[in-house]
Design a binder for this molecule. Structure first.
Ligand SMILES: Nc1ncnc2c1ncn2[C@@H]1O[C@H](COP(=O)(O)OP(=O)(O)OP(=O)(O)O)[C@@H](O)[C@H]1O
Ligand SMILES: [Mg+2]
Length: 340
């Protein structure tokens, strides 16, 4: 089963060819970060227009890298996968129209994928030793979800964020600190050179609930900055380290509480924030201590890309088969996780 996958849910236009669910033959990502950086966030209309310009060259390049021409496409590709939601309506629409067009020209089945399932299974790429059940923690720019994955496509959601997603909290904190967008990687880099004990931000553990809340820690940072001006580069690094520490400890606390409570021996991370170096090392360390296996996606598969969509599509068709009648597929900006 060879899949051409497309992803356009937010600000990355991406296409990938996945062979037999095992090998990422090619992956092309065209990021719009530079376009949106001046607005400190993604501008939906600007994103849709950029996807429109990028989608064809990105598909052509990924096929070229996989040595597939349009004349042998039918022979070499078995299905087309596309992100159906959640995401920005106009952005999703570009990927869906491209996927539908190719599916109808080449008479291939179309596999709609929930973007969150792309993140959820991203650590599986190149790692065959993960087997459900496991605890999943999706930490991205728009989501913070903790759930039990009982089987592929069988989810029991425990909790999510009550306000900001964790990636959003990093991005907003960076803006307050006068840093660039996206803030997560910049805070992470600066935090490596800082002292995490400088500011004691409260850890929003919300004991007794599986939910998260990051707006309090954001306000705590704002209040700190009202009372303390940033004096030096080192001081800025120290604040970044303190902020990152509080977030990493909160995520780690909740995930391990969940794994222990539900007797799960594996925790699987996914989403852009799982690229965070402290989160990665803290989870690995705690995993060793608690005899819980930790699986984290390779850096390239943390943020949005089409390979994770292709992989989720591969798992889905393996369990549910293929549907050739998805021509009615429409973008669903608020698509929630459903069992299959
Ligand atoms: N090293 C890092 N440390 C912390 N956060 C990071 C790091 N690298 C990326 N991020 C954050 O990851 C987010 C982007 O991740 P991703 O592409 O998965 O999110 P999204 O697609 O915008 O949201 P969603 O998947 O929820 O729709 C941004 O908020 C960014 O700041
Ligand atoms: Mg994403």
């Amino acid at each position: 089963m060879n899949i051409l996958a497309l992803e356009t849910s937010c600000d990355e236009t991406s296409a990938s060819v996945i062979l037999n669910g095992a090998k990422v033959k090619s992956l092309v990502i065209s990021s719009q970060i530079k376009i949106h950086a001046k607005y400190f966030g993604v501008v939906p209309e600007v994103a849709s227009r950029a996807h429109l310009e990028n989608i064809n060259p990105v598909i052509v390049e990924t096929l070229k890298k996989s040595e597939i021409s349009f004349s042998d496409f039918s022979k070499k590709i078995d299905a087309i996968a596309v992100t159906a939601g959640p995401g920005l309506a106009g952005a999703l629409l570009v990927g869906i129209i491209a996927a539908k067009t190719m599916a109808s020209i080449y008479k291939k089945p179309l596999i709609p994928v929930n973007h969150l399932e792309g993140h959820l299974y991203s650590a599986f790429i190149g790692n065959k030793s993960i087997k459900p059940p496991f605890l999943s923690l999706i930490i991205s720019g728009g989501h913070t979800e903790i759930m039990i994955v009982e089987d592929f496509g069988k989810y029991k959601i425990l909790g999510g964020t009550r306000d900001d997603a964790v990636g959003e909290a990093f991005d907003k904190a960076a803006k307050m600190l006068g840093l660039e967008y996206p803030g997560g990687p910049i805070i992470d880099k600066r935090a490596e050179k800082g002292n995490p004990a400088t500011v004691n931000f409260t850890r929003p553990y919300l004991k007794g609930s599986w939910d998260f809340s990051f707006s309090g820690i954001k306000t705590a940072l704002l209040n700190y900055l009202k009372n303390n001006s940033i004096k030096t580069e080192q001081h800025l690094n120290d604040i970044c380290a303190s902020f990152r520490q509080a977030i990493a400890e909160t995520l780690c606390f909740k995930a391990f509480e969940g794994a222990k409570k539900f007797n799960l021996k594996q925790i699987v991370l996914g989403g852009g924030v799982s690229a965070n170096s402290l989160i990665r090392s803290m989870f690995m360390q705690e995993g060793k201590k608690n005899k819980i296996k930790i699986f984290i996606p390779s850096f390239i598969y943390c943020t949005d890309n089409a390979a994770i969509i292709g992989y989720a599509a591969y798992l889905k068709q393996k369990k549910c088969g293929l549907n050739y009648n998805n021509i009615q597929l429409k973008p669903n900006p608020s698509l929630s996780l459903v069992n299959w």
